[in-house]
Design a protein around this ligand. Structure first.
Ligand SMILES: Cc1cc2nc3c(=O)[nH]c(=O)nc-3n(C[C@H](O)[C@H](O)[C@H](O)COP(=O)(O)OP(=O)(O)OC[C@H]3O[C@@H](n4cnc5c(N)ncnc54)[C@H](O)[C@@H]3O)c2cc1C
Ligand SMILES: *[C@@H]1O[C@H](CO)[C@@H](O)[C@H](O)[C@H]1NC(C)=O
Ligand SMILES: *[C@@H]1O[C@H](CO)[C@@H](O)[C@H](O)[C@H]1NC(C)=O
Ligand SMILES: *[C@@H]1O[C@H](CO)[C@@H](O)[C@H](O)[C@H]1NC(C)=O
Ligand SMILES: *[C@@H]1O[C@H](CO)[C@@H](O)[C@H](O)[C@H]1NC(C)=O
Ligand SMILES: *[C@@H]1O[C@H](CO)[C@@H](O)[C@H](O)[C@H]1NC(C)=O
Length: 492
């Protein structure tokens, strides 16, 4: 079923920029040879993002970057984004409920804490309600189409529940503002309505979906296009990841956690075989600061996975793809802008106003991303987030003034502009599970194709479950919310 679906990919309608409406990606984007990317590690001196570079936003930035390196751990997690820290968090949670011996884990991060896609993204936590349902049902069957929605709700609910039970709502700027998709052309709306009907017929929960005509949209939001509103949140992703790192670190439980930022893993090799079992250190990770011996390795490196796993480079693996964002001051009040988050022509451009602790008259800052398709090559195979694309930047500057006449000033320059690297896969889905033969004890959770906020946290959870099952000699059973086609062993 999974292999057969590949041939059909070319025929379906395609999502070009997937922050929200994911789906299979046009095959022509993978024609470029992987050799065009000379170096698959994060570059130094990335552009400054609102989430990372606002004052005091990243107290963990250089954590563990000096002093002695942890040279030995049961579990080595490479990457400190949403996926890597979720894996650590869930390992700690799973072990707390078990009779296992305590474990040690180390997170190795090439740059500053959470300075990859998670620290540079659009901030939307938008679980799909029904978009692309027909595409998934056609390719993989109704059951998979439903689990594709289920994982996004499982993730979003999980994140929101943790934030609320830890009292972190203000610390992470959690906003329950809903999400509106604007339709700039009739075909998009027709497609969305067909997806809605298919999801409805399959039994998806669509209670919160609200269709809005042009008049309604004009009076509520000031844009003369139709749209559809669903439930959604937005938050400060880096602060959420810091929050769950803090919880995991401080918990006096069965996982001792260490973090080393500014410590790229440049290569890895197998250690001489030792007796099988948990404490057998199978892998040697090399960093400029020394090497680390590990029993389990988790690749939470998203766009950069190909550096340590060469078979992940290119069309069957993960293609680094650069996204760009501006932070632009609106010419309207917070009340006028509302707290809704948006995407236009589902998923292509995406934006929301920053929640404001509004001093009287202050105008919100709007975080807007997209426009990638206007750049030559659509920014595919671009791994350099130390620069921005002028073409994309120009497009983004003109976008909001056109959509919301009078609410933005065309002449105003953005206060910040940055890029980040997404990890695209041809299927549009992440790889989750064991890396495969010759990589005993290694797992991957990567390739979120620009739509990671409502998926990465749960995929980290799945990998943590697999590791705990493996070390206790149990068979891992997939949770109902995990699409089967994400699993590494089901990939074509
Ligand atoms: C511009 C942009 C906008 C986006 N907007 C949204 C959005 O609004 N909503 C949404 O759902 N998704 C969005 N996404 C996607 C989302 O941000 C990602 O899917 C998600 O953050 C992936 O998390 P991650 O932890 O897997 O990867 P990352 O956050 O990229 O983490 C990987 C980490 O691994 C580190 N690393 C890589 N290689 C090595 C190595 N060899 N050694 C040590 N460390 C290494 C990197 O430095 C990085 O910190 C956007 C992405 C971008 C770039
Ligand atoms: C995490 O801990 C650091 C260091 O103690 C602290 O500065 C930061 O505010 C905490 N972050 C969150 C989101 O709780
Ligand atoms: C780990 O790899 C490094 C660099 O490749 C090497 O110098 C070191 O000896 C290795 N460690 C072990 C224990 O094999
Ligand atoms: C706004 O600021 C006040 C005072 O600093 C603080 O108590 C309150 O929690 C803030 N509200 C939000 C939503 O940040
Ligand atoms: C900005 O807002 C003011 C006050 O509402 C309005 O008079 C002005 O025309 C707006 N500017 C632009 C460029 O839309
Ligand atoms: C699970 O554990 C066994 C025994 O330690 C090991 O041989 C096997 O390779 C592990 N599986 C994975 C996927 O790591």
């Amino acid at each position: 079923m999974f292999a057969g679906a590949l041939g059909a990919l070319v025929a379906v309608s395609l999502a070009h920029e997937a922050v929200y409406a994911v789906g299979p990606v046009a095959q022509e984007i993978f024609r470029q040879p992987a050799e065009d990317v000379p170096e698959w590690l994060p570059v130094p001196n990335p552009t400054k993002s609102f989430w990372i570079d606002s004052p005091d936003a990243n107290p963990l930035a250089s954590e563990g970057s000096s002093g002695s390196l942890t040279t030995d751990a049961d579990v080595c997690i490479i990457g400190s984004g949403m996926t890597g820290i979720s894996t650590a968090y869930h390992l700690s949670e799973l072990l707390a409920d078990s009779s296992n011996d305590p474990l040690s884990a180390v997170v190795l991060e090439a740059r500053d804490f959470c300075s990859g896609a998670t620290g540079r993204n659009g901030g939307h936590l938008t679980p799909r309600a029904f978009m692309k349902f027909s595409t998934y049902a056609e390719l993989y069957g109704e059951h998979e189409a439903l689990s594709s929605l289920a994982i996004e709700h499982h993730t979003s609910n999980g994140i929101v529940n943790i934030v609320k039970s830890a009292g972190l709502e203000l610390a992470v700027d959690l906003v329950e503002g809903g999400h509106v998709d604007v339709f700039f052309d009739e075909e998009s709306e027709i497609e969305a309505r067909a997806d809605y009907k298919a999801a409805h017929d399959a039994g998806a929960d669509l209670q919160d979906v609200q269709w809005m005509d042009k008049e309604d949209m004009l009076s509520k939001f000031g844009t003369a296009n139709s749209g559809v509103r669903i439930s959604a949140h937005n938050l400060w992703p880096l602060k959420f990841v810091s929050g769950i790192y803090n919880i995991t670190k401080l918990k006096r439980g069965k996982l001792s956690l260490h973090l080393h930022t500014r410590t790229p893993v440049t290569s890895m090799s197998a250690l001489d075989s030792q007796p099988a079992g948990l404490h057998s250190r199978r892998w040697n990770l090399t960093t400029p600061r020394g090497s680390v011996a590990c029993s389990y390795v988790v690749h939470a490196t998203n766009a950069y996975a190909g550096h340590l796993l060469p078979h992940m480079r290119g069309s069957k693996g993960i293609v680094p793809t650069r996204g760009q964002i501006i932070a632009i001051r609106a010419n309207a009040s917070a009340d006028e802008l509302t707290k809704v988050s948006w995407s236009g022509n589902p998923g292509t451009e995406y934006w929301f106003p920053r929640p404001l602790n509004a001093t009287e008259g202050e105008k919100p800052l709007v975080i807007l991303g997209g426009g990638r398709v206007h750049a030559p090559g659509h920014e595919r195979f671009v791994i350099d987030d130390s620069t921005v694309s002028p073409v994309v930047g120009e497009f983004l500057r003109g976008f909001l003034p056109d959509v919301f006449p009078g609410k933005f000033d065309k002449a105003r320059e953005p206060e910040m502009e940055w890029t980040g690297i997404m990890g695209y896969t041809s299927q549009g889905d992440p790889f989750v599970g064991p890396v495969g033969e010759d990589y005993d004890g290694q797992y991957i959770s990567a390739g979120f194709t620009g739509h990671g906020m409502p998926r990465a946290f749960a995929c980290g959870e799945a990998v943590a479950q697999m590791i705990v099952a493996n070390l206790t000699g149990q068979t891992w059973t997939a949770p109902a919310w995990l699409p089967q086609r994400y699993l590494t062993w089901n990939r074509p």
